[in-house]
Design a protein around this ligand. Structure first.
Ligand code: X8Z
Ligand code: ZN
Length: 638
């Protein structure tokens, strides 16, 4: 989570990676920062004499100091709230967010003085970042600022404290301690949703969790209104345009870029969907799962149908089995701390530093008893130097093993750009931050697991057995792609005023149908607010970054595997222990946000474009196999 710069609501960031999404338009080589702060309101402190480049430099140094101090204060308040959600911690976090927003508004207004000052490219970039960063711009007026902070903090608390408490007869087979009140949190519901194969029970779990988000709709409506107001004050068309302006291109071009990448990968997703649908029809019957229509959303093993790994037992081809990492971790008695140690071991094998001792003292690795916390995994950079922490409710399974690598990716990114000037302490674009740890996860191959003793050493898995490992990976990575794109497609439409609040849910399901090919198992109404059942919507975390990360991590992996001279299929490549690969990663991380992202991409991969050919190449053998399996089936959905 982290700080943002312009009037913002950074609440948002709380959560995922942390860093604030600072903007990244390509800076002019020199010139007036005026364009960067247009729409900021009335300039203050106009001086008679035009300010010089030196004045601008002095202003920015001080501005960065002020911001840093506020970010740290806000980050601490957010940490306290997220690891103990109470009335008071929530109020304190909202107050910190408001104070930060006020600082940013003040700085943005003061920056107006330099609108006609000619400055270096470096300063121009910083002025630009100062304006572009907030994930959500709050209005400059104090009442609006406070209201939007409250709306987001409230949604986040509703999500964090959310429980489903069945009324009357229930299908649930979740064991609770005798006498305990029968309410279930997201962790319990998700676990059961992954394991149960009982249609009615799955339906109840799916519906039950969505009761939590129903009352969020009114808060969300207010938040949209105020976020848009804030964005317009900064000179953007709406809050979605502000979010899309952070990728070194204009908002319309960014949307096209995302569409282009999606169209590249859509045929692969469609084949996976077609195959999964046929298997689910075998399991649940063709009355429940139509052979030509969308799939009921509750049958895919995940609360949001974004990762299908938990139904791999239904989808793995006969006679082929993936690696049983869940079993291996449990058999070895690996606990939460050891899981993180394994991940740290991967990063250090690449030549990176060990995690600081404060990380181990201050992180929250397991769900505490007796208090509400935000369990959604996140990585924190509390003092923006080395007070690094993760917050997770780790379960001993393969999914969390992979999430820990994801979170440490954020942590190492924070660590390696800490020397940069505060405004540059972020990744090249947010997809890089989200993709770094996932790139390492792609190197968690069966060969690697054998090397570190988590799997028994057997003979090398022959390449002709590629289908099982590729299927396992596809259920996580390929299944995710349409979900990764639609969350922000929905928010962009909402922010742009294309969807009225009465149609929030209807539009959500239109996109879920269009992109993912899924439908709700039970009728939904305008009173439901199913988008809010996903953390990032409740917590105001932009999501297109995860879609980009899903594409980028395969580009990173392909380039690193080339660097280490790997021969053979990419799914068998692991960069574990390779210092040359580590050096390339560190060099990219050290650039932070100081350069436009194509430069950072080039530093690592030699390429300047985001490109789905890497993910397609990785899955090519599976893609061909799926096409074979789907022969005679009518793929796609009506
Ligand atoms: O939110 C996350 C991370 C924290 S930044 C755990 N992810 C997205 C999600 O859970 O929806 C990682 C994958 C996508
Ligand atoms: Zn993340």
């Amino acid at each position: 989570m982290k700080k943002s710069l312009v009037a913002p609501l950074l609440l948002a960031l709380a959560g995922c990676p942390g860093p604030n999404p600072r903007g990244v338009e390509v800076p002019p080589t020199s010139g007036a920062p005026a364009a960067l702060v247009q729409g900021q309101g009335t300039p203050v402190a106009q001086t008679k004499k035009a300010p010089s480049a030196e004045d601008a430099q002095v202003f920015l140094v001080k501005a960065e100091q002020d911001l840093l101090a506020q970010w740290i204060r806000t980050e601490r308040a957010e940490w306290i709230k997220s690891t103990n959600i109470t009335h008071d911690t929530t109020q304190a976090a909202a107050a910190a967010q408001e104070a930060l927003a006020a600082t940013i508004t003040r700085l943005a207004q003061e920056a107006m003085r330099f609108r006609d000052t000619s400055v270096s490219a470096d300063l121009a970039r910083k002025f630009k970042l100062l304006r572009l960063s907030p994930p959500l711009a709050a209005p400059a007026n104090p009442a609006g600022r406070a209201a939007v902070a409250r709306a987001v903090v409230t949604q986040q608390a509703m999500y964090g404290k959310g429980r489903y408490c069945p009324q009357g007869k229930s299908q649930l087979r979740i064991r609770t301690k005798k006498g305990a009140k029968r309410c279930y949190d997201l962790g319990q519901l998700s676990e059961r949703l992954g394991k149960s194969r009982n249609y009615a029970e799955l339906e109840e779990i799916w519906r039950g969790w969505r009761q939590v988000s129903r009352p969020m709709r009114a808060h969300f409506e207010r938040y949209v209104e105020l976020a848009n107001q804030g964005a317009r004050e900064l000179g953007f068309a709406d809050a979605g345009a502000l979010w899309r302006s952070r990728f070194d291109m204009n908002p319309a071009d960014f949307e096209q870029e995302v569409d282009r990448l999606w169209l590249q990968v859509k045929p692969l997703y469609t084949q996976l969907h077609c195959y999964a649908r046929a298997k689910l029809a075998q399991r649940y019957g063709d009355k429940k799962v139509s052979s030509t229509g969308p799939i009921p959303a509750h049958l895919l093993g995940n609360m949001w149908a974004q990762d299908w790994s938990y139904i791999s037992d239904l989808l793995m081809p006969k006679g082929r089995r993936g690696v049983d990492l869940d079993g291996a971790l449990k058999r070895k008695g690996v606990d939460a701390v050891k899981m993180v140690r394994y991940a740290e071991g991967f990063f250090t094998s690449l030549g990176m530093d060990k995690l600081p001792s404060s990380f181990w003292k201050r992180s929250m690795l397991t769900k505490p008893v007796g208090r509400d916390v935000v369990c959604h995994a996140s990585a924190w950079d509390v003092d923006m130097v080395d007070d690094l922490r993760i917050k997770m409710c780790i379960k001993i399974n393969g999914e969390d093993f992979s999430t820990i690598h994801h979170e440490l990716g954020h942590i190492y990114y924070y660590h390696y750009y800490k020397e940069l000037s505060p405004l540059y302490r972020d990744s090249a674009n947010k997809g890089f931050h989200e993709g770094l740890g996932d790139t390492i996860s792609l190197s968690v191959t069966s060969g690697y697991l054998q090397k570190v003793g988590l799997l028994a050493s057997k003979k090398k898995v022959a390449s002709k057995d590629a289908i099982a490992p590729l299927m396992a990976r596809a259920l996580e990575k390929v299944a995710f792609l349409p979900f990764g794109i639609l969350i922000d497609k929905w928010r962009w439409d909402v922010f742009a005023g294309k969807v009225k609040s009465a149609d929030y849910n209807k539009h959500w399901w239109k996109l879920r149908h269009h992109y993912q090919g899924i439908v709700p198992p039970t009728p939904r109404s305008a009173e439901d607010f199913d988008p809010g059942a996903k953390y990032h919507i409740a917590a105001n975390v932009p999501y297109a970054r995860y879609f980009l990360a899903a594409i980028l991590q395969f580009q990173f992996h392909r380039a690193l595997c080339k660097t280490i001279g790997h021969e053979g299929p990419l799914h068998e490549c692991s960069i574990y222990g390779n210092k040359k690969a580590g050096a390339r990663l560190m060099a990219m991380m050290k650039l932070g946000l100081s350069q436009p992202w194509p430069d950072a991409l080039e530093a690592l991969t030699g390429e300047r474009q985001m490109d789905a050919s890497a993910i397609l190449g990785y899955f090519e053998p599976l893609h061909q196999w799926l096409k074979e399996q789907n022969k005679g089936r009518q793929c796609g959905w009506k």
